[in-house]
Ligand binder design. Structure first.
Ligand code: HEC
Length: 232
């Protein structure tokens, strides 16, 4: 009995299992609260107070959003309303969204809600990826608002040219969503999903807000963008 090894002692293993299980349970509870705090949406007050939230509040649609390299983090982050030169948002530069840059929190929230329901009802994830969920049949939508194709005016020119009028980015995107079959730009074509004008406006708001979410530099397909890693 005296020279029995600790490794063959049942009680040692029982105690170890209890400690490991207990520690893992506490860690999981802590991670759950930490994740909830990280992913809960900010408010208009946060934006007014220039507080950067991982998921900015609905009124972020009133601001100019860019995707720029943060020297500190070594990856691209959404910059809202201008860059302080160190990769932090200034929350200053506004941008008209469907003719206004003063959408209230309530109005913006209602638009985002409609856009989110629309994206679920029409199952965009069948073909696209949103925040890591979905398919790669069609382009990733997580940062589609910032896609160079829309940023540099290519899509506005194609769609506006067809309609014979000048369109802002959000107007062009809403038009594309309602009649994608008229504007093929890709080897694959998006089908007409019967999206109404109101739904399209909501979906564009949803896409704009999604592009403002700090996703730790994911996805990394913005090499063409000015200021991005590998950018020209
Ligand atoms: C049946 C597959 C399919 C479904 C469902 C679908 N799309 Fe698409 N979508 C595509 C394809 C294919 C393209 C690329 C076509 C092109 O660029 O001309 C595309 C392109 C786009 C683009 C332009 C991409 C970019 O990076 O600029 C946007 C925005 C878009 N879709 C939004 C949506 C939204 C929002 C939904 C849901 C309401 C949706 N799509 C549902 C297939 C789909």
């Amino acid at each position: 009995m005296a020279n029995k090894s600790v490794w063959s002692d049942n009680r040692f293993w029982q105690r170890s299992a209890t400690w490991v299980t207990g520690f893992a349970a506490i860690l999981l509870i802590w991670l759950t609260f930490d994740t909830s705090a990280q992913i809960s949406m900010g408010t208009d007050k946060d934006i007014q107070n220039k507080v950067t939230k991982r998921v900015p509040g609905p009124t972020v649609i009133n601001y100019k959003i860019t995707y720029e390299r943060s020297p500190k983090r070594g990856l691209e982050v959404p910059i809202i309303g201008g860059n302080d030169g160190k990769g932090n948002s200034l929350f200053q530069e506004k941008e008209k969204f469907f003719g206004r840059d003063d959408w209230s929190e309530k109005e913006a929230r209602a638009m985002l809600h409609l856009g989110k329901l629309g994206s679920q009802a029409k199952n965009c994830m069948d073909c696209h990826t949103l925040l890591g969920n979905g398919a790669y049949y069609a382009p990733d939508l997580t940062k589609s608002w910032l896609d160079p194709m829309w940023e540099d005016g290519t899509m506005q020119a194609i769609i506006g040219g067809t309609l014979g009028k000048e369109l802002s980015k959000e107007e062009a995107m809403a038009e594309f969503l309602q009649h994608p079959e008229l504007y093929p730009t890709h080897a694959r074509q998006m089908p007409n999903l019967g999206i109404t004008k109101k739904e399209a406006i909501g979906i564009v708001a949803f896409l704009k807000q999604m592009s403002s979410i700090d996703t730790n530099g994911f996805p990394r397909n913005f090499g063409k963008m000015k200021g991005a890693i590998n950018g020209k």
